[in-house]
Design a protein around this ligand. Structure first.
Ligand code: FVH
Length: 303
């Protein structure tokens, strides 16, 4: 956007927690904002802040060259925009709804078939972070449409364009979230172990707060440092480690399982990793390979 140009009109479809935060960020940045939500009352606070309430999805789409949608899921998106199909021609649809790469591809084909440019996105933020430097948003799809609307999209937070394939942003979004849930799963299991302390004699379990602040956080923070080396092993196919071979890790992991069982802590979260290590070793991974070798074993599950 040239320095002198005024912010372009934006339509936001879907005013749940996230859609409301998106619309508010556009308003704060001075964009004329038109909003539509299935439950119309959710637009009231934004209208009080200067947004225009569209009477229908079609009117919402017609109002702006840039339509940002953020609803529960892709079926909801198609339901929301179904009656606006004839108005999408010439518009850019930026879909920030969480979904699979396959859904992104189908939706991209649908939007292009209606004459719209399509950009799919993944929001790596909670609503309170929108409009701040902490709100990373991933995009992929129509590169020239992204270029045309980049200034507006940067209002939401730092924007990364990952390439022309509709599904790339969704795949990266899901990979990042599965990485996060791995971390959360590890926390849940570790906390259950700490709470189990003293359970046999009926006394109160250990303090998870004390454990987390003094030991878990420093440990995990230090351990994130090994990820780039593991990533290089995955990319190169050379999984050999100088420090922590799979055979040693498998033996230690057996202790994690027995100590958990002895304390009545379910192993649902950690047992699959043990099974994967066993599978990798019996499928030919070397005893001195690192856990990076498990990536190939996991990918055998394709199809
Ligand atoms: N909130 C978050 O922390 C995360 C952060 C990362 C990205 N996610 C994804 O963003 C999408 C929307 O999430 P949300 O937090 O806004 O979700 P809700 O507050 O539950 O609002 C849901 C909106 O979807 C509308 N909606 C649902 N079904 C339909 C439908 N069939 N037709 C039209 N609209 C529909 C709903 O409308 P209403 O119930 O108010 O009438 C809300 O506007 C989501 O993909 C997250 O995974 C958020």
């Amino acid at each position: 956007m040239p320095a002198s140009a005024s912010p372009a009109p934006v339509t936001v479809v879907g005013l749940g927690d996230m859609g409301t935060a998106l619309a508010r960020a556009f308003l704060t940045a001075g964009h004329p904002v038109t909003v539509w939500n299935r439950s119309a009352a959710k637009a009231d606070p934004l209208v009080a802040e200067g947004a225009v309430r569209a009477a229908s999805p079609a009117a919402a789409v017609e109002a702006s060259p840039l339509v940002v949608a953020c609803v529960l899921d892709y079926p909801a998106l198609r339901e929301a925009l179904g009656s606006a199909e004839s108005r999408l021609d010439g518009r850019t649809l930026v879909n920030l709804t969480n979904g699979t790469p396959e859904e992104a591809q189908e939706t991209g084909a649908w939007a292009r078939g209606l004459g719209a440019a399509y950009i799919d996105g993944g929001i790596m933020a909670v609503p309170a972070m929108i409009g701040t430097p902490d709100a990373a948003v991933l995009y992929s799809g129509d590169a020239s449409a992204f270029g045309r609307h980049e200034a507006a999209l940067r209002v939401l937070g730092p924007a990364s364009f990952l390439g022309p394939a509709d599904g790339t942003a969704a795949l990266n979004d899901i990979a990042l979230l599965t990485g996060m849930y791995g971390l959360l799963g590890g926390f849940v299991h570790a906390a259950a172990l700490i709470r189990s302390e003293g359970a046999a004699d009926g006394s109160e379990g250990g303090s998870v707060t004390e454990f987390t602040e003094n030991r878990l956080l420093p440990w995990l923070t230090a351990m994130t440092g090994i990820l780039p080396a593991l990533a290089r092993q995955v990319d190169s196919g050379d999984f050999r480690t100088e420090g922590s071979g799979l055979a040693m890790q498998l033996r230690a992991y057996e202790n994690f399982l027995s100590a958990s069982r002895a304390r009545g802590v379910r192993t649902d979260l950690i047992a699959p990793f043990h099974a994967l290590m066993e599978r990798a070793l019996s499928a030919g991974a070397g005893p001195s390979d690192d856990v990076s070798a498990l990536v190939d074993t996991l990918r055998d599950g394709r199809g």
